[in-house]
Design a protein around this ligand. Structure first.
Ligand SMILES: C=C(O[C@@H]1C=C(C(=O)O)C=C[C@H]1O)C(=O)O
Length: 272
C-alpha cells in the first residue's frame, strides 16, 4: 500500500496544524501566525519569478490573436483558474479568483470548510487592484530587462506570485472578523456611521506593521542568498536573488494597505 507520507514526529504534526484551514473560533494570534508563514511563500514566489527576465512578450495582447486580445499571462491565468475551480480551489474561502465570471462548478473532493466569514462580507475582493499593482508597479522592480523565451514558465511564475499575494491580502477578512468579535461595540458604532477613517484607525496596529516590514526584509536576505559550503560573511556586496528593499517596499506600499482595505470593506458589510 502506498504510504500516506504522514509523519508522527511532533514537529511535523505542528506544521500540519498550521496548514489546516482557519478554525471557526480563530484568534488574532492564529491569523497573524498564518500571515507570517505566508511571507515565506511570497518571498519564494518572487525569487522564482526573478529567475526569468521581464519577458515583455508575456504581457503583449497583440501576440496571441487566437486568445481574443488577451496577453499570454491573462489567457494562462484564466485557463488555470478554470481548471482549478473545476477541482474545487475556490471552495476554500482563503482562495479568491481573479476572473470569477464563467468559472465551472466544482467537482473535486467535497470538504466542509469552517464558515468563519459573515456571509455578506465573504465576497470582498481587491484582486483587480492586486493584478494592476503586480504588472504595472511591482514586476519592473524585481525583474531584469530581457527576453529568454521562457514565456509560459514566466506566466506560471507570475500566477504563483499573484495567488500568494491575493491569499495574504484577502486574509484581511479573517483579521477583520476576529477584530470585530474582540470589540464588537467599538466596531459597530463606526460601521453604522459608515466611517471608513474610524474603522481604519481601529484596525491599525502600527507596531505590528513595522515588525512585518522588518521581518520580510530579513526573510528576503536570508532566503535570497546563494548558499555555499564555504564560510562567508554577508555585507553590502552580497547579491540577493530579489532585492530585499523591494520586498519591504511591496509590503509597505501595497500588501499592508490592501490588506487594510480588505479589512475595512469586510467590516462595512459586517452588519448587513
Ligand atoms: C493584519 C493586521 O491588521 C493591520 C494590517 C497589518 C498587515 O497587513 O500586516 C498589520 C497590522 C494592522 O495594522 C493585524 O493586525 O495583524
Amino acid at each position: 500500500m502506498a504510504s500516506t507520507g504522514h509523519s508522527t514526529a511532533a514537529t511535523s504534526e505542528m506544521d500540519e496544524e498550521k496548514e489546516a484551514p482557519p478554525p471557526q473560533d480563530l484568534t488574532l494570534g492564529w491569523v497573524r501566525d498564518a500571515l507570517i508563514r505566508q511571507e515565506d511563500s511570497i518571498v519564494f514566489a518572487l525569487i522564482e519569478r526573478a529567475r526569468f527576465p521581464y519577458n515583455a512578450h508575456v504581457y503583449d495582447p497583440s501576440l496571441l490573436p487566437q486568445q481574443g486580445g488577451r496577453s499570454l499571462v491573462e489567457a494562462f491565468a484564466r485557463g488555470a483558474e478554470v481548471l482549478q475551480a473545476k477541482f474545487g480551489r475556490y471552495q476554500n474561502p482563503e482562495e479568491v479568483s481573479f476572473f470569477p465570471d464563467d468559472l465551472p462548478p466544482p467537482s473535486g473532493i467535497p470538504y466542509n470548510f469552517p464558515e468563519v466569514f459573515h456571509p455578506a462580507s465573504a465576497s470582498v475582493t481587491v484582486n483587480n487592484a492586486i493584478w494592476n499593482m503586480y504588472f504595472n508597479d511591482l514586476l519592473p522592480l524585481f525583474t531584469v530587462e530581457g527576453d529568454d523565451g521562457n514565456y509560459t514558465s514566466t506566466a506560471a511564475a507570475d500566477l504563483v506570485c499573484l495567488q500568494a499575494l491575493s491569499r495574504r491580502i484577502h486574509y484581511g477578512k479573517y483579521v477583520a472578523e476576529v477584530k470585530f468579535r474582540d470589540a464588537p461595540q467599538d466596531y459597530m458604532t463606526a460601521i453604522r456611521a459608515k466611517d471608513r477613517d474610524a474603522l481604519m484607525k481601529l484596525l491599525t496596529f502600527e507596531a505590528v506593521e513595522e515588525m512585518v516590514k522588518r521581518r520580510v526584509l530579513k526573510k528576503a536576505m536570508v532566503f535570497g542568498q546563494t548558499v555555499t559550503l564555504e564560510d562567508k560573511t554577508f555585507d553590502d556586496e552580497t547579491k540577493y536573488k530579489v532585492d530585499p528593499a523591494v520586498v519591504a517596499h511591496l509590503y509597505d506600499e501595497w500588501v499592508i494597505p490592501l490588506t487594510k482595505d480588505v479589512e475595512v470593506e469586510y467590516l462595512l458589510r459586517r452588519l448587513d
